[in-house]
Design a binder for this molecule. Structure first.
Ligand SMILES: [Zn+2]
Ligand SMILES: [Zn+2]
Length: 274
């Protein structure tokens, strides 16, 4: 009798985990897509066990009351940090990372755990199923338009479109652009009640942190057209917000974010229209 051990492999370039298989998948559909790229050393895979043995750890840092960032050290794959929004009715993990260990689970449980997981876009799906299972079956919200990018299907996945209020004052808004299902999370209580948007790559914070940008591909530098940019801005305009949290520790527009989105869209459209 022979037994086959199956493992859930993680792509080393995008950090997204695949369904269990006996050997590494042939290719990563996320990295094979025009918006990403295959690592310069060719397609490479790892596993959570290998990462745990390799000395990775997660930083868990409070960013403002009821908002905590979770990011992996040393840098792994795209290097985004996840955000945990805490509310009295339940917590949302916004965007996901690949690395997860017992220490992280304990620290996040002390903050109330995770009841819902939602994303700006598929590049940040990470090991979402591991996270959902670690926190007692949190619901994973995937936009209907992006379901083909789910590489590890699971009963925890629930499809959505347009907008969903996950908990009072925490709303998922589909904006499109980078991906058809690209979304932001509006957190009404953020920034001392002035409102915050959690945006990942849907509305990316520029290096000067006074402007934002909108791209179809960031690594391959492919812009969006004017109507796609307008659609993003129109989707968020009804929601009050003063601060934007992008996908990385430094990617924050601390104040005046609403005006920053409007003037950034105007500048961008002006540039691409010539
Ligand atoms: Zn990949
Ligand atoms: Zn992306």
């Amino acid at each position: 009798m022979t037994t086959t051990t199956t493992v859930s492999y993680i792509c080393k370039t995008c950090g997204v985990q695949y369904a269990e298989s006996a050997g590494p998948p042939e290719r990563c559909i996320i990295c094979d897509d025009e918006r990403q790229y295959i690592g310069w050393q060719g397609q490479q895979w790892t596993t959570l066990d290998e990462m745990r043995a390799g000395g990775y750890k997660n930083d868990v840092r409070e960013l403002e009351p009821n908002l905590t960032g979770i990011g992996t050290q040393p840098w792994f794959a795209i290097g985004q940090r996840a955000l945990l929004v805490q509310t009295p009715q339940g917590n949302v993990l916004w965007d996901c990372i690949s690395y997860l260990d017992d220490d992280t689970v304990e620290r996040v449980k002390a903050l109330g755990g995770v009841q819902a997981i939602a994303f700006s876009h598929p590049h940040f799906y990470g090991t979402m199923v591991e996270w959902a299972h670690a926190f007692g079956g949190a619901t994973i919200y995937i936009p209907k338009a992006d379901q083909q990018w789910v590489t590890r299907p699971d009963p925890a996945v629930q499809l959505w479109e347009d907008k969903v209020e996950l908990f009072p004052g925490v709303t998922l808004i589909q904006c499109g652009g980078h991906f058809e299902g690209s979304a932001v999370l509006h957190w009404a209580a953020g920034a001392d009640g002035r409102g915050a948007l959690l945006t990942g790559d849907t509305i990316a914070v520029a290096q000067d942190r006074r402007y934002v940008t909108f791209m179809w591909s960031y690594p391959n530098v492919i812009p969006l057209n004017p109507s796609a940019v307008r659609r993003i801005v129109d989707a968020v305009r009804p929601y009050p917000f003063d601060r934007i949290y992008g996908g990385w520790w430094h990617a924050v527009v601390a104040q005046g974010a609403n005006e920053a989105v409007e003037r950034s869209a105007e500048r961008y459209i002006g540039r691409i229209q010539g």
